[in-house]
Design a protein around this ligand. Sequence first.
Ligand SMILES: Cc1cc2nc3c(=O)[nH]c(=O)nc-3n(C[C@H](O)[C@H](O)[C@H](O)COP(=O)(O)OP(=O)(O)OC[C@H]3O[C@@H](n4cnc5c(N)ncnc54)[C@H](O)[C@@H]3O)c2cc1C
Length: 430
Amino acid sequence: MTGAETYDAVVVGASFAGLAAAGQLAGSGRVLLADREPIGAGETSACGTPLAVLERLDAGDALEQVCPEVVINVGDRPVRFRPSRPFATFDYATLCGILASRLEEVETAVAPFRGIADDGALLLGERRVRAEVVIDASGWRRVVARALGAPAADRGHLSAGVETRAARGGCALEFWLRPPGLAKGVHWAFPGGDHSREGSASYVGETRGLRSDLAGFEGVDEFPPRAVHGGCFPSRLGPAVWDRLFVVGDAAGQCLPLTGEGVRPALVFGQEAGRQARAVLLGAQTLEAALSRYRERVERARRAYAALERFQFCTIRWPLGVVGPAVRASSWEPLSRRLESVYWHLADPATLEVAPGTRGHNTLADGCCETGPAVASRTERPTPPWPVLAPSPARSDHGHPSACGCDEPDHCSARPPRGRVRANAAEARR
Ligand SMILES: Cc1cc2nc3c(=O)[nH]c(=O)nc-3n(C[C@H](O)[C@H](O)[C@H](O)COP(=O)(O)OP(=O)(O)OC[C@H]3O[C@@H](n4cnc5c(N)ncnc54)[C@H](O)[C@@H]3O)c2cc1C
């Protein structure tokens, strides 16, 4: 058996959490970032996040569309929220590319984690690798932590989602709570400038029937090849540290329960783990101190996570006649502002850095429905990046994106998508 290669730090998983952690480690030693797929290839997310995340990361090129309003439909009634910080959608591959381009001196590898050898070396593809600092950013399967004896994510606290793209416009991030046929789940439609990402999720991790539920939502009999993607996301905070391992993002259950917002926490906590680990590589603290500081930071959010978990529990178990008024009550501005401040504080985008010690202060135009550079660069590509469903007249009635009431009627829900994606939709129809 060949000897193991030695690194100062190894990060397993190169999506939001892994890229954020590796960004903090860049330039502090010999660092390896490994993923089973090329960086930016394995999108699962609907890619909705606070606009402030893109601003703080100086990642405006990934912006697809600003969505100042969040609409939650319960039964037939839409409840409208205008958060103090607007949300936005972004292009997954572009954001990953931006973060990866900043990984000075970090070695990246397409190498699936296969386990841990008897002598403690990590098995990454055909390689055997050792490092003082190891960060598990492998998503809900938490493959490294499990190889070290951590329990698998509890099925009862995993949500499952599938998603497709439809040639439709819209202004708001829109949800349909417990729509017909999906009693413990949610539909969503997130406008991405030239299309809308639309999906179905089960809060209880039920994967059977999700794809056909989505087909029903879209009013199609079947999907073209490659038109549906999906995955699981946790709804309970797990251990942030296992043995001498940092666990970040979905691997540590950091996706927020109820809302399923996992990108922001993966980036914020990923950077926090990377920051603490960097200090180890630079000789400023011991690994034990770094693990303990990282764990403490995550634990500060535990009560708020637990509250969101309870809200999720009630949302799927209480009668709709109770859930509807509760959602409406939470849109009352003094209350919604208070809830919001706790919600933002859980994983505050203001802590994000472009590079260690460098805060981004980019300000992006936040006008209603403002589309970003990612949309323009897509329409310039010779080949459409993915199939987009043509609008179907048979789409469920409850699925129409609602008008946001902004002053830009051309930008609002009736807005047809433009350019290449429209052509792409015609191809998908054929
Ligand atoms: C359908 C859907 C829609 C969603 N929409 C949103 C949204 O709009 N906004 C939002 O904030 N959150 C959303 N989420 C949640 C969000 O996607 C996750 O919380 C987020 O992706 C977590 O980031 P992560 O880096 O921890 O894990 P992931 O993004 O899951 O990345 C894990 C990485 O580890 C790699 N990996 C896995 N196994 C191995 C292995 N054995 N060896 C090497 N590498 C491995 C994977 O290839 C991947 O790159 C959505 C989730 C789903 C399923």
